[in-house]
Every structure is written in structure tokens, then in C-alpha cells.
Design a protein around this ligand. Structure first.
Ligand code: FE2
Ligand code: FE2
Length: 248
């Protein structure tokens, strides 16, 4: 599994883990992200059961797994959080931030984990590291799940966007960052047309994100938008009509 530090300051880092060569063929490829702030870990969309062993092993290269205090599930999908019971087995004191709307559904993955849940209200909320560093959970409802959030790190100017901005890449050698935007569209256009149900909700999310300073937009599948690619993605997504890829 590829590991790359994508942001770093004195005491605060972001890592991506991706392009897993050992991933079974029939499951969708995912990116896992980890923030480490003064030795405390926050894992975003930690992934599915089938890749859990690879993700644990990769995370362990940068932090003792027992130091991960927080998990964030942007929404309910199995590629996001079906590994929940395995993670709570390793991190029984960690907090699991998840959409309030999905609490009773995600509990189907691990009923015993409910005591570790922190449900996020519709308007969003914050996560605070022990060192005071604040992370914002930004509403992203209906883009694509009806209860869904993006995670924004204001001091790092990093945005984890979950399925938004995702691409189904042609091979596991694809670059970690988007290099050729026009070509990249071909890997994400159908995904967004099919998985994003509402133009109104999509444009509401874009307006929220345009209020933020974003150096990197980091999706759960595909490649990261960095620098000028962030604006290119937002412009492209704004112009795209979604919820229309109905098979005939
Ligand atoms: Fe999803
Ligand atoms: Fe996904």
C-alpha cells in the first residue's frame, strides 16, 4: 500500500494510504487518510473489512495504532466503515464520529461500538485534538448519502471530501495527485452523475467549500486535487448535471 505524507507542519501531518496492490480484485479501491497531531491520530473513512489488515499495517508505520483516538465516517457505506468492529477491537476507547442519520444503520456493523459513537448533527460539528487543534465537519448531505460530511482542517487548509471528487482509476500506478485534469474527468464523470443525486445539494456543498481556503481536496477514491486543481474541480462539478445517469 502506498503511503505518502501530503501535509506537514511542526507538529501536525496528513498522510494518504492508497493504491493497495494486495487489494482483492472485486472490491472498489479506496484511499485512507490519517491526521497525526502531536502524536494523536485521527483516521478518515478507515475502509472495509477486506482491506483492514493492509490498512492497520500501513498506519502502524507512522503511528502506534493505540494512539488513534478518533475515527471519522463520512457516511454509512461498507467501503467507508465496515471495518468498524475490527478497529474498535484494537482501539476500544477511540471515538467514532458519524452522521446522526446513520447511527442505527452503522450499528449493524458493530453493535458493541455504539458506546464509542459521537453522532454529528445535520449542521455539522467540530473535533478537537488534545493539543487544541480544531477540525470542522462540514455538511455534505445528499452528496451522495443523505447524511454525509466533509472534514476540513483550517490550519492545514486540507479538505477530506469523501466520495466527492472520487475517480475510478484505470490502474494502480496512477499518480497520487491529479496531473491532467481533462483526462481525469473521464475517470470521474460517470461516477458523479450516478452517485450524486441532487444538483441543489451539490451546489450547496460547492458554495460552502468556496468559503474555505483549500490547498488540497482529498477524495476517498482516486487522486487528490492540489492547488489550481481544486478550483478546476469545483468549476467542473458546478457545471455538471448530476442524478441523471439512469440506465435505459
Ligand atoms: Fe459512498
Ligand atoms: Fe466510497
Amino acid at each position: 500500500m502506498l503511503k505518502e505524507e501530503i501535509y506537514s507542519s511542526e507538529n501536525h501531518s496528513w498522510y494518504i494510504f492508497c493504491r493497495d496492490p494486495e487489494k482483492p480484485e472485486n472490491i472498489i479501491d479506496t484511499n485512507e487518510y490519517l491526521i497525526i497531531s502531536d502524536g494523536e491520530g485521527l483516521a478518515m473513512d478507515p475502509g472495509g473489512t477486506e482491506i483492514f489488515a493492509h490498512v492497520v499495517s500501513a498506519f502502524s508505520e507512522v503511528i502506534p495504532v493505540s494512539d488513534i483516538s478518533t475515527f471519522f465516517a463520512s457516511h454509512q457505506d461498507p467501503d467507508v466503515i465496515s471495518s468498524l468492529p475490527l478497529w474498535t477491537g484494537l482501539c476500544p476507547k477511540a471515538k467514532i464520529y458519524l452522521p446522526w442519520l446513520w447511527e442505527d444503520y452503522i450499528a449493524h456493523f458493530d453493535l458493541a461500538a455504539v458506546k464509542q459513537f459521537v453522532t454529528v448533527p445535520d449542521e455539522g460539528s467540530e473535533i478537537r485534538f488534545r493539543n487544541g487543534h480544531i477540525i470542522q465537519l462540514i455538511p455534505a448531505h445528499y452528496v451522495h448519502a443523505p447524511g454525509n460530511y466533509s472534514l476540513y482542517d483550517p490550519s492545514a487548509k486540507m479538505l477530506f471530501s469523501g466520495d466527492i471528487g472520487s475517480a475510478l482509476l484505470p490502474n494502480s500506478n496512477y499518480s497520487v495527485f491529479v496531473e491532467d485534469f481533462e483526462q481525469h474527468i473521464s475517470y470521474m464523470e460517470t461516477f458523479h452523475k450516478r452517485w450524486m443525486p441532487s444538483n441543489r445539494a451539490k451546489n450547496d456543498w460547492i458554495a460552502r467549500v468556496r468559503e474555505l481556503e483549500v490547498d488540497m481536496l482529498c477524495p476517498q477514491h482516486g487522486a487528490i486535487f492540489k492547488g489550481e486543481m481544486v478550483g478546476k474541480f469545483l468549476d467542473w462539478f458546478e457545471a455538471l448535471e448530476v442524478g441523471i445517469a439512469i440506465p435505459s
